[in-house]
Design a protein around this ligand. Structure first.
Ligand code: SF4
Length: 356
């Protein structure tokens, strides 16, 4: 897979674009004025592998808390600002590493000048975020709706406002809730600029719908080498977005983090409560960063064979589970209730051995 060449921007030490890996980011859904909740969520996101966190900064009260949040965050932060350029200045003063703001929406040219100057002084990149739901009226009229062409034109307008001030520390996103329009817009933009692209499907929906839409849309783009940083938007706890993002990247061979859990779909041969076991194993391994493969299979006849590449696995039999490594049976565990604890013991031993 050939990634499209893009410039590099740096958000508080995290490189985006160029040869950097596709970066995973998310956005807090806490009230930014509530420092404790926000920092707690940032920490949970960072533990899950989130590399950059965006915070909404809707007013002065939120901006006033940014310094305190910044001091406690283990990852770089981006302030998401609409319209009010003063909030962007406050965010930069507070040490926030990047802005998401559309220069065309913050008022007269002098305000744009001020924000660009401050961003330059602080070395903070600006993400231009075009959203299909809030396109300029003249573009909607000209293109007959929020078409990919209209989105790209809108993005380029904002870009040119920054470029003419000598500012090139830019990322661009072009989000709509339509997978096909989003894909078309990013393809188009990718052919026109070499700024890094932040990809995502906005308002994608609840966990399953949102994950599927994001996987399809972002999967298409990433498979074409488009996309330097990504956000999976879900109507859910944002921590779940990180797991989905890494699964998308893993599926395409772009990045790996944490165990890959292979589990069979179950069938008439399954003799244990496999769905429950697979979910519990996944839950127990949440937060583990090491890359390895775990198989949770329904039967001893086909399980180990089907999962023979797995580093470690368990296959269910009648009233027992068979633990295997690389397809070779190593141990039998009797009693349904013992399967999870004994399997986890084996996984812990496997990880200890690996780490030593
Ligand atoms: Fe069925 Fe066994 Fe395959 Fe699972 S591993 S789907 S139980 S045959």
């Amino acid at each position: 897979m050939q990634r499209k060449h893009t410039r590099t921007v740096d958000i508080g030490g995290v490189g985006i674009g160029g040869d950097n890996p596709v970066r995973v980011q998310s956005m807090c859904n806490t009230d930014t004025r509530d420092v404790l909740s926000t920092v707690t969520q940032i920490n949970s996101l960072a533990e899950a592998g989130c590399e950059i966190v965006r915070l909404a900064v809707p007013d002065d009260a939120a901006a006033a808390k940014l310094k305190e949040i910044r001091e406690q965050s283990p990852v770089p932060l981006i302030a998401d600002i609409h319209f009010d350029h003063r909030l962007a200045l406050s965010a930069l003063e507070a040490g926030i590493e990047g802005l998401r703001i559309n220069p065309g929406n913050i008022g007269d040219e002098s305000k744009v000048d001020t924000v660009v100057r401050a961003a330059m002084e602080h070395g903070a990149p600006i993400r231009i975020g075009v959203n299909g739901g809030s396109l300029e009226k003249d573009l909607l009229r000209r293109f007959g709706g929020p078409t990919p062409e209209a989105m790209v034109e809108s993005g380029l307008r904002h870009v040119s406002m920054l470029e003419k001030r000598g500012f090139h520390d830019i990322k661009i996103s072009l989000k709509t809730s339509s997978v096909l329009n989003t894909v078309a817009a990013y393809r188009l933009m990718s052919g026109k600029v070499d700024y890094p692209l932040h990809i995502g499907i906005t308002e994608a929906g609840t966990l399953v719908r949102g994950a599927v839409k994001s996987a399809v849309g972002l999967g298409i783009l990433l498979s074409e080498g488009i996309g330097d940083t990504m956000r999976v938007s879900l109507t859910h706890d944002p921590v779940a977005e990180i797991g989905v993002a890494y699964e998308i990247l893993r599926s395409l061979g772009l990045r790996e983090r944490g165990p890959e859990i292979i589990s069979c779909p179950t069938c008439g041969r399954t003799e244990i409560n496999l769905i429950d076991l697979a979910e519990k194993v996944e839950e127990a391994l949440r937060g583990v960063e090491e890359v390895f493969t775990v198989a949770v299979m329904g039967c001893v006849v086909n399980g180990p064979g089907e999962a023979k590449e797995a580093d470690i696995g368990i296959a269910g039999g009648r009233g027992l589970g068979i633990i295997f490594k690389k397809g070779e049976v190593v141990r039998k565990v009797k009693g349904d209730e013992n399967l999870l604890p004994e399997f986890m013991k084996e996984i812990e031993a496997f990880l200890r051995e690996r780490r030593s």
